[in-house]
Design a protein around this ligand. Structure first.
Ligand code: NHW
Ligand code: EN5
Length: 388
């Protein structure tokens, strides 16, 4: 019973997988001339705005909306707290469109009360490279929930994207909607177990003392792979090639230009940490390791108000075995002040999470396509796309 999603060009739950289904668009083909040139109607007292991320004041408004109203876990103990620098990085990749940073203000006061964003991306799904938009940061102020504002935001961003002759979108969500192309599971590796237990993120396992727990999760101070160092601008050509050849093994994955690799993988403390392994013998880049910083507010704890989480980003094992590379990621995340390391069971992660002492989380992440049908669901281990 999805009153809105039932009307949209997305795969529906009731569809019988006919033997003739092949990958392709769901809607009949349209052109820019068919797209409405006027914004969708908003309820009285609200107005559309295009947010200017370059303005510190406007970025701060988005940051404050998301900090107070964005995604929480199922028990409302933690809320994502993307930093301003992170949002700038996430929303301004090469080719970004300001019109796709779409806000809603209260007309009288000017207060920002809702937001949705899109960024351009080429995403390959099975054999087709799609010119898409990645939708993220959909948020409605808590006091305006359940008033059917989200469908209006989604239709307006669809219109603004369609005006650029783009007809497909990719998005992820924790919630179940019609209809996931892939379903993934979050896993967590304690880096600072004492704090994680204090805030209720994890618990002392049965028959475990705090001392034994600290010992269990203890990590070396420095990474162990010879030749591992921070990624630099001069690495971009080799990293682009390394990533492209790795991502070919996945059924849903981005196609990244050198400019995009430069943007997404330039080391930026507290936003994106990226490292390469440079072979001491040949001087060639053989491996890539990266993770991003996404803190969560701790809701109603008097000892701590922020949990600093690192999330696995793009990691390519070339000469180094994946478990060793990921172990260095844990070491680096710990030494840069992160409390927990989060990963999904995408890429080849499933095989190595347990040996690295990850535990299964209570959250799922679903991947969705807008206006694109796939012949069959994609298993998590064939997902090669990370969304922030
Ligand atoms: S997922 C994170 C989404 N944000 C949050 O969870 C923040 C906290 N929650 C809120 O702000 C990452 C509100 O609860 C939101 C819903 C705004 C989520 N995706 O206004 P109503 C993303 O940003 C459907 C899509 O009354 P509300 C990805 C729901 O099923 N739909 O609800 C975003 C129902 O439809 P139905 C979602 O609670 C992708 C309708 O919204 C959803 O006040 C967007 C109810 O609306 C979600 N996460 O506001 C799609 N959550 O059919 C992009 C609920 O069941 C599509 N709903 O009646 C592509 C567009 C571009 C195409 C270009 C070609
Ligand atoms: C759009 N790009 O549920 C993304 N997080 O497991 C939006 N659980 O942190 C979609 N509930 O399991 C985001 N601790 C969807 C995710 C929303 C946030 C979310 C989950 C993911 C999470 C934690 C805390 C649970 C608190 C109570 C969790 C257990 C960890 C433990 C560590 C030690 C070893 C055993 C497991």
């Amino acid at each position: 019973n999805y009153a809105f999603w039932g009307t949209q060009p997305v795969a529906q739950f009731n569809e019988q997988p006919g033997s003739t289904v092949t990958d392709g668009p769901i809607d009949k083909p349209k052109t820019v001339a068919d797209v409405c040139k006027e914004p969708y109607g908003l309820p009285q007292n609200f107005e559309w705005v295009t947010c200017n991320i370059d303005s510190d004041a406007e970025l701060k408004e988005i940051y404050e909306l998301l900090s107070a109203h964005y995604v929480e876990d199922d028990d409302n103990m933690f809320r994502f707290a993307y930093s301003k620098e992170f949002l700038r990085w996430a929303l301004q990749p090469p080719g970004y469109q300001q019109a796709w940073h779409c806000g809603v203000r209260v007309a009288a006061s000017g207060k920002l009360v809702a937001f949705i964003s899109g960024i351009p991306a080429t995403v390959r799904v099975n054999a087709c490279a799609l010119k898409t938009v990645e939708i993220n940061f959909l948020c409605v102020h808590k006091k305006l929930r359940h008033k059917r504002l989200a469908p209006v935001l989604i239709k307006e961003i669809t219109r603004r994207v369609n005006l650029h002759d783009i007809w497909q979108a990719v998005y992820t969500a924790g919630v179940l909607l019609p209809k996931p192309v892939a379903e993934c599971q979050y896993w967590h590796r304690s880096l600072n177990p004492k704090k994680l237990i204090a805030v209720g993120f994890s618990r002392l396992a049965p028959r475990m003392t705090m001392a034994r727990t600290l010992k269990l999760y203890k990590l070396p101070e420095a990474p162990q792979t010879p030749g591992l160092r921070q990624m630099e601008d001069r690495d971009v050509p080799q990293v682009t090639a390394l990533l492209a050849s790795y991502l070919r093994h996945y059924l849903i994955a981005p196609e990244l230009s050198e400019e995009e690799v430069r943007h997404w993988l330039a080391f930026q403390a507290d936003v994106i940490y990226s490292y390469v392994v440079e072979s001491p013998e040949t001087g060639r880049v053989t491996d890539l390791l990266s993770f991003y910083t996404l803190p969560s507010s701790v809701i109603g704890n008097d000892q701590y108000d922020l949990l600093k989480a690192a999330y696995m980003f793009y990691t390519v094992p070339g000469a180094t075995p994946l478990p060793q590379l990921m172990n260095d990621a844990l070491i680096l995340a710990h030494s840069t002040g992160h409390d927990v390391f989060n990963a999904l069971d995408i890429f080849e992660n499933e095989k190595i999470l347990k040996e690295l002492k990850f535990g299964i989380g209570d959250g799922k992440l679903r991947y969705y396509l807008f206006n694109w049908r796939v012949a069959r669901d994609i298993p998590a281990s064939k997902v090669g796309l990370v969304m922030l």
